[in-house]
Ligand binder design. Structure first.
Ligand code: GEK
Length: 245
């Protein structure tokens, strides 16, 4: 796993954050050290896939990056005749994703097939889905596009299908927001990011990653039609939500 030193070197006049080759190269290390609860989100995706994925249906990983959630789903699926569709609009990510996953396949075992698609998730056609995952991806869509994205997911799910949404969030209460951000930065410092790296990354993500409150997410899920939704994981300002159609 190559170490993330993207904001440790170079000048401090950073361009906005992009999912380019340099990021894709260090991505597993970046997420492991930056997102509290990331490993737990992957573990739950596997468990939920075992419970919710139905025979003959599709599973979607929207914003798959290097396919960590795709792999977790594939390992969890117990039902036959399923297909996973892994989509990302970063060429650097999806090319590596296909390589990483194909290399992890064991000879003699026929796993659930995966379609790797270089595409914008806003244009994705979602059909016959029993599970859809957006693990820390909705936060990169503009606020105006989020309801249409979720409505498209809802429409593409079969009855009883599951949507897993993980996001960085903000708190309405400025005191709590300050505390949660500070705890997250402390977490990153414990994971050996310097104060300068943390502040440079934060500036680069400004207006690229747009967090909302937990209430905003739950309201939007209800508004597009999800009958049940709940936060199942919270670690500082990172949450993961499950919603069932
Ligand atoms: C994981 N889910 O490891 N269309 C397609 N892909 C997009 C779009 C879009 N409009 N916008 C952003 N992305 C992964 C981690 S990372 C989270 C997901 C993070 C993609 C983007 O290219 C990137 O690969 C991914 O969404 C977000 O479980 O970096 O914090």
């Amino acid at each position: 796993m190559k170490r993330d030193e993207i904001y440790a070197t170079g000048d401090e006049d950073d361009p906005p954050f992009r999912f380019n080759d340099a990021v894709a190269e260090v991505f597993p290390d970046m997420l492991r050290r930056s997102i509290p609860g990331y490993a737990a989100s992957l573990e739950a995706i596997g468990s939920l896939a075992a419970r919710y994925v139905k025979a003959g249906t599709n599973c979607y990983d929207l914003g798959c990056s290097l396919g960590a959630a795709t792999l977790a789903m594939r390992q969890g699926i117990r039902a036959p005749d399923c297909r996973i569709i892994a989509i990302d609009n970063s060429e650097a990510m999806i090319k590596r994703c296909e390589k990483v996953i194909t290399n992890a396949e064991e000879p003699g075992i026929v796993p659930t097939p995966i379609d790797f698609r270089l595409d914008d998730i806003r244009d994705a056609c979602i059909t016959n889905a029993s599970m859809v995952v957006m693990n820390y991806t909705l936060q990169f869509l503009s606020l105006e596009d989020r309801s249409a994205m979720l409505a498209r997911i809802f429409d593409g799910l079969i009855s009883g299908g599951l949507f897993l949404l993980s996001e960085k969030v903000i708190d309405d209460d400025p005191h709590m927001e300050e505390l949660l951000v500070d705890l997250h930065h402390e977490h990153k410092r414990r994971n050996n990011y310097s104060k300068l790296e943390i502040s440079r990354k934060r500036a680069a993500l400004d207006n690229v990653l747009i967090p909302e409150t937990v209430a905003d997410h739950l309201e939007r899920l209800a508004a597009v039609g999800f009958a049940h939704s709940a936060v199942w994981l919270r670690y500082f300002n990172f949450v993961s939500i499950v919603a069932i159609k």
